[in-house]
Design a protein around this ligand. Sequence first.
Ligand code: SF4
Length: 200
Amino acid sequence: MFQEWKNYGLASIAIGGGEPLIHPRIVEIVKLGRDMGYFMAVTTNGTILKPIEANRVHISYDELHSTWKNEDFLQNAIDFYKKQKCIVGINHIVSNLKNIEYIQKTFENFDNFLLIREKPVSQFKDWDKIQYLNYFWIEGCIEGSHCEQGILSFHLDYELKASICSNFKEKIPYTTLIETWNKLKLFNCEIRDSKAPKIF
Ligand code: SF4
């Protein structure tokens, strides 16, 4: 598939989970992608540190993960992947403004801070109260943000079923890049395609 995608000029591959670093050949998989010229991104919970040569590593850190408030753990994971010369980000499922401030004040040496909406229902309503900073990334699923998933990217699971994004329930079997993507472009997402006023 990496070869097929390259023929069509696909630029980047993001590997998520579950926890992708438990895969015994993850280091090789990421290296293969890098060697073929892809931008390789990996999302991890940070509990396994492996010398992956990813361009970017994002570490999940929020109240839904058992690592929450284990500050040494998160800083250690950030520093480890910075030493591997990765761009390092924190993925955070937002529940309140205080937690966003806590992360900003407590940790250093990271490049991006991705704010994610809790699924399927988020109690957090104060998106417009976040003081937006240039290293914030906002997940597309937040009503009124910009989402281009399903248009500029799509999601492929471990059973080779494709969907417009990892949040989207409806899936189709992967056949070829072009055929699969053309079908996915016909799907509608209520949030992405809504006319909600833009807040970011
Ligand atoms: S396509 Fe829809 S469900 Fe998927 S990330 Fe974008 S807004 Fe959310």
